[in-house]
Design a protein around this ligand. Structure first.
Ligand SMILES: *Cc1c(COP(=O)(O)O)cnc(C)c1O
Length: 401
């Protein structure tokens, strides 16, 4: 059974999310196979299963049937040959780097990348002989100076956290390939429904499946997808380091994939509406959302994103730190919590979560003010979300006076 079943890949994302490859006969929900190892009637049969890698049923760390069903569904959604799941987003990102970097290799990544990824790169620079340079997502004209003959990976995100800067994916791919580097894209903020970086030339697409893919705030997982050639060493890294999801987790992720397009569309539609209303609110200094025409990345986002512009909206409330704290503490429908992409709307203060480790000067340079609130919009009724936000911002305005 191939994830690239031509009939299935001709169908639209909502159909591909619900329909699994090769499900003509039998249970319509994937059976959860709780087996650490598998038995064989002959040595040939054992060797065949072992040789099949992630697609075989040999030993659970290599891959297993429940996981494979989910990986095939994910590859079909992504429109690529191979997808692999991991026990966290960081496990997927580290497997991709460990697979494609050796001691002495150089990586270029964005300043704006996820903090855990920057920590991973620093760790690799300290212990594994990688070298790393960071560039600004907003200044592509400055990227060339960071590349070296030893650069093997250009790692990016778009939209970025929490300022939602947009990188032109096709340009980044051409740019990396001209310098013999792979383009790896952490596509967590967009999800495979709203943006498919592989179609714009990326070599690997990476996710924290903890976010939109899992989507219910109840699991930790990651994924990587790309061509067989790019993914073969990633599978080896997963096997060596062992961050393989167990059957129960694999089944939960597959279940979530069926509703992914519906959830993403609902969240993105509400996020757009809330961003537009926030931009008109007197208590709000500025709104960062790539769907708004005034956003510097709007034109590129419109070209490379589908079904909206992602679930995350960031805004700067008038009154700085105190007002922002008052907003998150006054919210009742929206929960005060880190993370994103789930059915529940969440709000957090980037200065105290993702960017807590930076100095005020570094945060200012990154464009993250003390009054910044990041909202991950869920699938609740948009009018209830707006009433909640409006009420909280009004209370925050009272705190100032
Ligand atoms: C959350 C997140 C990660 C890390 O994923 P985990 O599942 O927490 O390991 C990586 N990249 C981005 C953009 C994220 O939001």
């Amino acid at each position: 059974m191939s994830p690239n079943d031509p009939k299935l890949s001709a169908r639209r994302p909502r159909t591909r999310a619900v329909q699994a490859p090769n499900r003509k006969r039998g249970p319509i929900s994937t059976p959860v196979v709780h087996s650490a190892t598998f038995s064989f009637p002959s040595l040939d049969a054992l060797m065949e299963a072992q040789g099949a890698g992630a697609a075989g049923a040999f030993y659970q760390r290599y891959g297993h049937p429940t996981l494979r069903a989910c990986e095939e569904r994910l590859a079909a959604l992504e429109g690529t040959e191979e997808a692999l799941l991991f026990s966290s987003g960081m496990a997927a990102i580290s497997a991709a780097f460990l697979a494609h970097l050796r001691a002495g290799d150089h990586v270029v990544a964005l300043h704006q990348c996820y903090g855990g990824t920057l920590n991973l790169l620093a760790w690799g620079a300290e212990r594994l002989g990688w070298s790393v340079d960071l560039v600004d997502a907003r200044r592509p004209e400055s990227w060339a100076a960071a590349f070296r003959p030893t650069t093997r990976i250009f790692h990016i995100e778009s939209p970025t956290n929490p300022t939602l800067d947009i990188v032109d994916l096709a340009h980044a791919a051409t740019f990396a390939h001209a310098r013999d580097a792979l383009l790896t894209v952490d596509n967590t903020f967009a999800s495979p429904i709203a943006q498919r970086p592989l179609e714009h030339g990326a070599d690997l697409v990476l996710y924290s499946a903890t976010k939109s893919i899992g989507g219910h705030g109840d699991l930790l997982a990651g994924s990587a997808a790309g061509s067989r050639r790019a993914m073969e060493p990633v599978w080896k890294a997963r096997k060596v380091f062992g961050a393989v999801p167990d059957p129960q987790l694999a089944w939960l992720i597959e279940r979530s994939l069926k509703t992914l397009p519906l959830r993403v569309e609902a969240a993105n539609t509400s996020a757009f509406e809330l961003a537009a209303r926030l931009a008109r609110h007197a208590g709000v200094e500025r709104v960062l959302y790539p769907g708004l025409p005034g956003h510097p990345g709007h034109a590129i986002a419109k070209r490379q994103m589908e079904l909206g512009f992602g679930p995350v909206v960031s805004f700067e409330v008038r009154g700085g730190r105190e007002a922002a704290v008052a907003v998150v503490e006054a919210l009742e429908v929206v929960l005060h919590a880190p993370s994103l992409g789930g059915v529940e709307s969440l709000a957090s203060l980037p200065a105290y979560t993702s960017h807590a480790g930076r100095t005020p000067a570094q945060r200012e340079e990154a464009g993250i003010g003390e009054g910044m609130v990041r909202v991950s919009v869920g699938i609740e009724d948009v009018e209830d979300l707006w009433a909640d936000l409006e009420r909280a911002i009004t209370i925050a305005a009272g705190v100032r006076t």
